[in-house]
Design a protein around this ligand. Structure first.
Ligand code: PAF
Length: 274
């Protein structure tokens, strides 16, 4: 992989990289198209990274469909599908990890100990193997995106990390490989999460700046649908994820996670500043 990437660089070609865990949906394919607009060559990786799943999480049941994924990427004209196996990525004796001291343990990290260490570690390995000029990530995983952007900066990876907008189904549900595991009833209910989030944005745009009132707007709306088990809903500063005091007075993002049946849904919404 690295040899090919270096040959392309020597020939003056720019490369863009889209790391994924497979089960590709239209959101991933939009990342691939954005990568194609950005660079001469596009590399997609598919690797269900064991070290970013907790012991009670869905590593075993995470959807795997390499053949179908590879056909989708072929039809888009992706240059390389890089699909390493776990034994090569983590040989016996592997013991070095990447961690963000400030932001790995907030939001999703509070409920998924070790998750972001697993993500930062695998992406830094992939960056070192693929050596791309650009790397593209969906902003659906907003915390992940900001952590990876900061990692590239802090650890001097010569790679531009680009965040792309979340793709949604027509009813508003953010696209995710895990949506495949929702039952038909849950799938019908799932867009209520985003609808409740939009109410926060509308309230802020209507002049409500008190953080507590804005968050109450969201939780009270979601409570109308008891099938959701809310994990967290927080308003944080855009990009650096800093905490707000009482008042939302800078560009902000609402980040939420909720369980619906056996599926953990996450979503976020960039809120226009007051
Ligand atoms: O977002 C994902 O699919 C994964 O967290 C990533 C970035 C490919 C790392 O395994």
């Amino acid at each position: 992989m690295r040899q090919l990437s270096r040959e392309w660089r020597a020939a003056g070609k720019k490369t863009a990289f889209v790391p994924t865990m497979g089960a590709l949906h239209d959101g991933h394919l939009a990342l691939v198209r954005a990568a194609q607009d950005k660079a001469d060559r596009v590399i997609v990786s598919i690797f269900v990274n064991p070290i970013q799943f907790g012991p009670k999480e869905d590593f075993a049941s995470y959807p795997r469909m390499l053949q179908a994924d590879s056909e989708k990427l072929n039809s888009l004209g992706v240059n390389v599908l890089f699909a390493p196996n776990a034994a090569d990525m983590y040989p016996p004796g592997f013991e070095t990890y990447v961690y963000n001291e400030k932001r790995s343990d907030i939001l999703c990290g509070r409920f998924r100990p070790g998750h972001f260490q697993g993500v930062l570690t695998v992406v830094s390995k992939l960056f070192n193997i693929v050596e791309p000029d650009f790397a593209l990530f969906g902003k659906k995983d907003y915390q992940q995106f900001t952590l990876l952007k900061k990692m590239a900066q802090d650890l001097c990876f010569p790679i531009e990390v680009i965040g792309c907008p979340t793709l949604r189904d027509p009813d508003g549900l953010a696209m995710s490989s895990r949506n495949l595991r929702l039952t038909p009833e849950e799938r019908q209910l799932a867009p209520e999460l985003f609808r409740a989030m939009q109410m926060v944005k509308e309230a802020l745009q209507g002049g409500e700046k008190r953080q507590k009132v804005l968050l109450d707007t969201f939780t009270q709306e979601l409570q109308r649908f008891p099938a959701f088990r809310l994990e967290y809903a927080e308003i944080r500063a855009a990009l650096d994820l800093a905490d707000f005091g009482e008042t939302i007075d800078r560009p902000a993002v609402l980040l939420v996670a909720a369980h619906l049946g056996s599926v953990r849904l996450i979503d976020n919404l960039e809120l226009t500043g007051p």
